[in-house]
Design a protein around this ligand. Structure first.
Ligand SMILES: CC(C)(COP(=O)(O)OP(=O)(O)OC[C@H]1O[C@@H](n2cnc3c(N)ncnc32)[C@H](O)[C@@H]1OP(=O)(O)O)[C@@H](O)C(=O)NCCC(=O)NCCS
Length: 244
């Protein structure tokens, strides 16, 4: 059976809120494992140093094999818990801000000028994507692509590509000069999708959570039309952008 053909995209509706949050939370937690593993290996020198110090203290100073075993187990556990806390905070932050009331934030004309779409498969929402207007690099208000999530059971079926095409088409139709987005460096699947679409990397920055944990975030841009000098700072008229 060809699953690809049964996927349809439509604009977010008010009663989609719960299912969208479910897809968001699940997809976010899928990013947990690669993040945790990276933190364990990324700061390799610090981790090896910490381990050696702990081993020295437990075996030579306190002369306890049990303490040594506990410490060896504690280091990955501490990273696991730390990563978990950071992820939960990120989820809570989104749930308390833009995802709290998606219709108001993304669709209602008075409070925003983006849009939000869902991918429906067999009557069920399995993917999401959104555009949110922000000032971008002196180019006026441009759409930032956010909330690109496909439920894990439905990945590699072209749904991410369809959602991406929908968002880019919308931005094109409304004469924005670009679409931009930010993603984590260890998000290989998403980065492949973005690069395949034509996005190019323009900036990297480091977000430090605490002394042992940080992540590199990358901003990508997809230019939709050549930037003309006097149009660079012009803000597109967003009054007609709704109900696609
Ligand atoms: C990124 C994501 C949205 C892609 O959705 P998808 O429906 O699987 O994407 P598609 O099937 O349309 O694949 C599009 C391209 O993405 C890349 N890709 C997607 N999954 C991949 C994987 N597991 N391994 C390698 N490349 C992958 C490929 O280049 C693919 O093109 P191809 O099939 O021609 O090789 C999905 O993996 C996801 O929801 N991930 C978790 C949430 C997330 O990271 N969101 C982005 C936040 S910035």
């Amino acid at each position: 059976m060809e699953r690809r053909s049964t996927v349809t995209l439509r604009q977010f509706e008010e009663n989609d809120q719960r299912r969208v949050i479910y897809v968001f939370k699940n997809s976010m937690m899928d990013l947990f494992k690669p993040n945790y593993q990276r933190h364990l290996s990324y700061r390799r020198f610090i981790n090896v140093f910490l381990l050696a110090l702990c081993l020295y203290l437990s075996l030579y100073v306190y002369n306890s094999v049990l303490l040594c075993v506990v410490i060896v187990a504690l280091i990955p556990t501490a990273y696991n818990i730390s990563t978990h806390i950071i992820f939960k905070q990120c989820i809570r932050k989104r749930l308390a801000s833009d995802l709290k009331d998606i219709k108001t934030t993304y669709i209602d004309i008075d409070s925003g000028s983006g849009n939000f779409w869902v991918a429906v498969y067999d009557g069920q929402i399995v993917g999401t994507v959104a555009l949110f207007l922000r000032e971008f690099e002196g180019r006026g208000m441009q759409p930032e692509l956010t909330t690109m999530y496909v439920h894990r059971k439905y990945r590699r079926l072209g749904i991410g590509t369809k959602l991406m095409n929908k968002a880019v088409q919308y931005a094109n139709d409304h004469q924005f000069s670009c679409v931009f987005l930010t993603t984590g460096e260890d998000n290989h699947e998403a980065r492949k999708l973005y690069i395949k679409t034509g996005f190019v990397k323009i900036r990297e920055y480091v977000v430090n959570y605490h002394v042992l944990m940080s992540t590199v975030m990358t901003t990508y841009v997809l230019n939709l039309k050549p930037v003309v000098d006097d149009a660079v700072t012009a803000t597109p008229d967003t009054s007609s952008i709704k109900q696609k």
